[in-house]
Write a protein of this length. Structure first.
Length: 317
């Protein structure tokens, strides 16, 4: 009995420490497994984050790449349009300068023509009036008044003799009649027949000259009206062109300014987009490197070199 009791006590004594170690190992294993599950869950979340963040950044890169292409296309289009508008503005400026110069020159020519017309019109009106007065003097006179009448007519016609309407031939005829009419008859005074003959000849010539002067005056005024009409048509046409070109120039300058502003905005957006795109590409490269290398760390190291969670992941693999 004593022997059996001692053996039982020895068995109980020898089993106790082993069982304790086994219990501790089991507890450790349970703890390791529990912590491994937590770490595995954390790693799964980390892996999910890597995938999600990488997807979002790649989408951002794709969007940025498309935006860069669109901005480059817009910049190219705006640059071409600005160049076209610059050429259009230069052409409009040249056309405006030409038309304004033409209008100014035409106005100067017209002013000079009108001044010449006014002088010629006045001269012809004066010539007609002079011829009428001269004829009236001769018709009112008598043979005894011939010398006086001729003297008055000679003074009155002095301007007519130099008038452009009177040709050289007519001047000679008028001078000859005046000279012949001034000669005295046998008694020293002109006879009635001589007075009538000479005065009628002069009156007929004066009437002829009056008709010529009136016709020239009519032609002059008609020509003036035509010149005035032609100038007004030309001036209206040039003015319309100038107004249209000035309006087009203003619109082209405004459009060019707007497109230059849009170009500046597009170039700023392009610079910012390229900067963000470069940053996203760098970030994705670093993210891929980190996310692809971290899971291998614990696979390449012994369990003692990793955390408890990493060990669990290692042993699970």
């Amino acid at each position: 009995m004593r022997t059996v009791g001692l053996l039982s006590l020895a068995a109980a004594t020898s089993v106790g420490p082993i069982q304790k170690v086994l219990t501790l190992l089991n507890d450790l294993k349970s703890k390791v497994n529990a912590e491994g599950e937590v770490e595995a869950d954390q790693f799964a979340k980390y892996a999910k984050w890597c995938e999600t963040d990488s997807t979002e950044r790649r989408h951002s890169i794709e969007t940025g790449t498309n935006k860069v292409a669109d901005l480059n296309a817009s910049i190219e289009e705006l640059t071409a349009e600005i160049g076209s508008l610059s050429s259009e503005i230069d052409q409009l400026n040249s056309a405006l300068t030409q038309n304004e110069g033409d209008l100014k020159k035409a106005t100067e020519i017209r002013d000079a023509e009108h001044a010449e017309f006014k002088q010629a019109d006045k001269d012809l009106v004066d010539t007609v009036d002079t011829l009428v007065r001269a004829s009236s003097i001769l018709r009112r006179g008598s043979s005894s008044q011939l010398q006086t009448a001729l003297s008055q007519v000679a003074v009155t016609l002095s301007a007519v003799m130099d008038a452009a309407v009177v040709s050289t031939h007519d001047r000679r005829r008028l001078a000859a009649l005046l000279e012949a009419s001034s000669e005295d008859g046998p008694s020293g005074a002109p006879t009635a027949a001589a007075y009538e003959s000479h005065s009628n000849g002069i009156i007929d010539l004066l009437a002829e000259l009056k008709v010529k002067a009136e016709q020239e005056l009519s032609d002059l005024r008609k020509d003036e009206m035509e010149r005035k009409h032609n100038f007004e048509m030309l001036a209206q046409s040039l003015t319309d062109q100038i107004n249209t070109q000035a309006r087009d120039q203003k619109n082209a300058v405004s459009s060019k300014t707007n497109k230059e502003e849009a170009l500046g905005v597009a170039q700023g957006d392009l610079a910012g987009t390229n900067k963000n795109l470069a940053s996203d590409k760098k970030y994705v490269g670093e993210l891929n490197q980190v996310c692809s290398t971290r899971p291998e760390v614990c696979r390449m190291r012994p369990p003692s070199g990793c955390t408890i969670g990493a060990q669990a992941a290692y042993w699970a693999s």
